[in-house]
Design a protein around this ligand. Structure first.
Ligand SMILES: [Zn+2]
Length: 151
């Protein structure tokens, strides 16, 4: 049961809240593309683990709201559609990068083996030539570009 609230990160009204269980809620904002959850707080082990694995740009973009939730940019990865991720050299100079997926052809499939699986290959790959950048507040346009959202 999703519900829409005002985003504590950007102030838009496009923030989806999902109650995973009585203790944990996730927040995903389509206005700014940032997300957080009940465990994204300083001192929580979930948060500490994120700090270990997040790319530098993502760490630079972390932003704490008034309730102590730390917001981070989303990464969207739908194998047969494409990807949207934060991209750029610094938090002053970054954009959403959207990349479309294309079908792996019979000729090239040996270049895309599935790790650990004998004679199995990925069906889709990310076509970096389709990379297109979108400003921070145009996250939804980036999702439309890879056809996750309608135009
Ligand atoms: Zn937002």
């Amino acid at each position: 049961m999703d519900k829409l609230i005002i985003c504590a990160h950007c102030g838009s009204d496009a923030c989806y809240v999902d109650e995973v269980n009585q203790d944990i809620k996730t927040y995903f904002c389509y206005g700014c593309g940032f997300q957080t959850n009940s465990l994204m707080k300083e001192g929580e082990s979930f948060y500490e683990r994120q700090l270990e694995v997040l790319p530098e740009l993502y760490k630079d973009l972390l932003d704490k709201d008034d309730d102590g939730h730390v917001w981070m940019p989303s990464t969207v990865n739908v194998p047969e559609k494409g990807m949207v991720f934060a991209n750029g050299p610094s938090k002053e100079q970054w954009a959403w990068a959207a990349v479309k997926a294309v079908k792996v052809t019979e000729e090239e499939k040996t270049k895309y083996p599935i790790p650990g699986k004998k004679d199995q290959y990925y069906e889709w790959r990310m076509d970096m030539t389709t990379l297109k950048e979108f400003p921070e507040r145009e996250f939804m346009d980036a999702l439309s570009y890879i056809e996750i959202l309608p135009e």
